[in-house]
Design a protein around this ligand. Sequence first.
Ligand SMILES: [Zn+2]
Length: 212
Amino acid sequence: MILIGTMNITRTRGQGDFHCPTCGSLREYSLKSRRPFLTLYFIPTVPIGASELFVRCDGCKSNWDPAILNMSARDHQVAKDTQFRVEAFRASVLVVLHGGAINDREIEALLEIGHRILPEPIDRDDLGQLCSSAVQNRVSAANYVRSVCRAWSIEQKQRALGAMFVAATADAGLDAKTLVLLASLRDAMNLTDEEYESAIEAAIQWDDAAET
Ligand SMILES: [Zn+2]
């Protein structure tokens, strides 16, 4: 019997410094290439695929596409901010879905929230798609927020809560069910009562407040 298998051969092609998003700081990296080989009796013989380049952080060992070497610390900040905005909007959608079917007033509220919070405004079609994928995933708003808010600052948590407040009160106002939901979001984000109240207060004055 001939023993045939495959293995990846990894080689280091270069080294340097880059801004690692996981470490959140400047780190040394190794630029590596990886290529699959056919092995005979565990000895690599012929390459069976193209070689693929990737960047590995020497600090945390996470791997990245080489395009990351062209990103500055400022680019990372923008990418992180965009991610927050998208997550906060998605959380607002989940809050509306928490109350069951979406009505016109809630759609209007979500479009307004999108206009304020997203890097680019969302239209009705995109919003509809976002809602149906959220319904399929069956993630509760509180669980979603709990999982994504680790990367948020306190200020971002408050902004997200404000958006979720506007979403939650779009239809029936501030009823008992909505208060319970908001309290569960506060707990999910580990906000103090003070942080929670000032976020709600800011959200109530949304219409007068300047856009940020
Ligand atoms: Zn790292």
